[in-house]
Ligand binder design. Structure first.
Ligand SMILES: Nc1ncnc2c1ncn2[C@@H]1O[C@H](COP(=O)(O)OP(=O)(O)OP(=O)(O)O)[C@@H](O)[C@H]1O
Length: 616
């Protein structure tokens, strides 16, 4: 973000040039939904293809594209139907609805601006703000009462109640199968785990990626693309053995320095620290190599898109922010005019999801690891007492005894513990439950030869909100010219720019057509998107127009071009021009876009060019 950044100027440009606008505009729109127009669509596609190249291709990930509409059972198993909610509160007079943590934060932040505020209270407010989205309804209610918080219209507020953020619907005409629009893409990967494991050769580690839309019925969507109800997510689930979270490519990022905002700093001086990735792992600040590897890769990805390093930090979740099963979480936050915004979440989700789906679907979602050499280990064995089992379960006795004999050590130990604690325990065989008592089964700890082990893999998940990233890129790439601060333009990197090269004939004379066609076909053949502007406005104004949507390069064809096929090439950022043969110029355009040639180098290859009329 530039020093004199003016959000209103940026928003005006984004709307005027149709990067994105509120959906259903002619019907006054519905908050939380946006449509991308032509340049916005290109930027979005460019961000996604950079992501695909940077992660899926460079890291050899498996990609899936799963159904969006998800039956209730899946989201019940994952815990979303019960827990995927925010606290809602409303003005009892106007009935205006608010997200309780956001309202609380906003009001306390306003109070913090008062220099005369009591120091004790200041500390208390800061602590509340830091964990505002973690309070349960009762605690939240008490805070609203204690700090006498009213609505923005100074009216009393309701008690906070949880509001589930998933959009629900029914599948089919009978209305019996309840379903939800997915709130994240990850569950599609977990439910396909068995097939993906097979595809990966039956071994971890391996990573799966999915890009697609997710839906959350946000209580009060605002701040444009930052909080919407339908958005594109790009998620990675990297499966690992829970006791081996090293990453084979860790060395490649070990020396990189990241800006970290660890728990300790958040709770003390509130300052970030610059730290080498390897030091952060060695000192136990980042839990493991794989998590740290992805954080470093995310840093590189965001920089590639034009995010300024000084506006990027990784904030560790405080203990109470993390789900109970997560062992470490870091958000990549980008500094925008709205403050620091979480754009990418990195979470070590442990084995939670696979275990949850195993339990409900009764499908084993685990990995068998064959040892190089068989090992002797102590293992629990369950031995059926046939006499007792036969008497009580009769025809089912054989089924139960076979089940007990085949039990693995972990299950046998659990059964033993349950029977010891309660005197009885239930087991389930082929969807039928049987209750076993102490005298039905005996347990022994024996030396057994083990050829391998079964385990449920842990998962490390980087989750990218594409809309938030795009908005941050807009702010970080936005600039105004010294001579006209009301008109902005984008300094998009070539990877992000919606169109890579404009072609501008100096006049609409048809004599230019053959050369323009040659230029356009060569650029297209090289996969470079072009925008031909044959309007009769001055060339200076046409440059300004292409700058506005961030086109990095412009080729101008003039009357001299008709004699020797020479053209000029203009660089958006410096506004400098060079002249050369059209074919050589296009080769350079290709190299600049690929990132293998800089404008500095171009100015050494070709003579500089100056046309006074270009300043029009
Ligand atoms: N309502 C939304 N609009 C746009 N992007 C979103 C929204 N909710 C989440 N995201 C994006 O999806 C990513 C992963 O989602 P995650 O569930 O971790 O977000 P979250 O922690 O619920 O976000 P928040 O706390 O801001 O609601 C986020 O880092 C963010 O970029």
């Amino acid at each position: 973000m530039e020093k004199n950044f003016d959000r209103a100027v940026l928003e005006d440009l984004l709307k005027r040039r149709f990067f994105y606008i509120p959906s259903f505009e002619i019907y006054q729109g519905v908050s939380g939904f946006y449509d991308f127009g032509p340049p916005g669509c290109s930027v979005k596609q460019n961000v996604i293809s950079t992501w695909r190249q940077h992660f899926i291709i460079e890291e050899s990930m498996l990609e899936v594209d799963c159904a969006i509409l998800t039956p209730e059972i899946v989201l019940k198993a994952s815990g979303h139907t019960e827990r995927f909610s925010d606290l809602m509160i409303y003005d009892t007079v106007t009935k205006e609805v608010f997200r309780a943590d956001q309202l609380l934060t906003e009001i306390l932040k306003t109070r913090l601006k008062d220099e005369k505020l009591d120091e004790q209270l200041r500390k208390e407010y800061e602590e509340i703000i830091a964990q505002a989205d973690c309070y349960k309804e009762k605690e939240m209610h008490e805070l609203f009462q204690k700090h006498k918080i009213l609505s923005p219209n100074n009216n009393p507020l309701s008690e906070p109640v949880p509001f589930n953020l998933m959009f629900s619907t029914f599948i089919g005409p009978t209305g019996t199968t309840k379903a939800f629009l997915r709130p994240e893409t990850a569950q599609g990967i977990f439910v396909n785990f068995r097939r993906l494991l097979g595809y990966a050769g039956g071994k971890v580690p391996f990573a799966v990626a999915q890009i697609g839309n997710a839906f959350r019925n946000e209580i009060s969507p605002r701040s444009g693309l930052l909080r919407v109800r339908e958005f594109t997510l790009a998620e990675i689930e990297h499966f690992v053995s829970p006791d081996r979270k090293q990453h084979e490519k860790f060395k490649r990022v070990a020396e990189m320095e990241l800006t970290l905002f660890p728990q300790k700093q958040q709770l003390s001086d509130g300052k970030t620290i610059g730290m080498k990735v390897k030091d952060a792992v060695d000192q136990g600040i980042i839990n493991n190599q794989t998590l740290a590897y992805y954080m470093a890769r995310t840093h590189l990805f965001l920089i590639k898109l034009g995010i300024k390093p000084e506006g990027l930090r990784f904030r560790q979740h405080l203990k109470h922010e993390m789900a109970h099963y997560a062992s470490d979480c870091w958000d990549a936050e980008i500094l925008t005019s709205y403050g620091w915004v979480e754009c990418v979440g990195h979470a070590d989700r442990s084995c939670y999801d696979l275990k949850a789906h195993t339990k409900v679907s009764k499908t084993e979602l685990s990995v068998f690891e064959q040892f190089d050499e068989p090992r002797m280990e102590k293992a629990y064995q369950a031995k059926p007492v046939m006499q007792k089992i036969g008497r009580e379960f009769q025809k089912k006795a054989r089924l139960i005894s076979n089940h007990l004999k085949q039990m693995n050590s972990e299950d046998a130990e659990n059964l033993k513990k349950n029977i010891e604690n309660d005197g009885k325990a239930k087991i389930e065989i082929e969807s039928e439950e049987f209750e076993l008592a102490k005298d039905h089964v005996e347990f022994s700890l024996e030396d057994v030869k083990i050829n391998g082990r079964n385990f449920v893999p842990g998962v490390i998940e980087p989750s990218f909100g594409i809309g938030r990233i795009i908005y941050a890129v807009f702010e970080h790439s936005f600039s105004v010219r010294e001579d006209d601060k009301r008109r902005g333009f984008f300094r998009f990197t070539p990877a992000v720019a919606p169109v890579k090269c404009s072609i501008l004939p100096l006049s609409s004379n048809t004599d230019f057509d053959p050369l323009i066609q040659k230029i356009q076909s060569k650029l297209t053949l090289l996969g470079i998107s072009t925008k031909l502007d044959t309007t009769s406005t001055t060339i200076g104004k046409r440059y300004a127009r292409t700058d506005e949507i961030g086109i990095p390069l412009a080729i101008t064809v003039d009357f001299d071009s008709l004699n020797d096929e020479s053209v000029t090439l203009r660089d958006r950022d410096s506004t400098k021009q060079v002249r050369g043969n059209y074919s050589d110029i296009i080769d350079s355009v290709f190299q600049i876009i690929q990132g293998s040639l800089t404008w500095e180098e171009v100015t050494k290859k070709f003579p500089a060019f100056n046309r006074p009329s270009d300043k029009d």
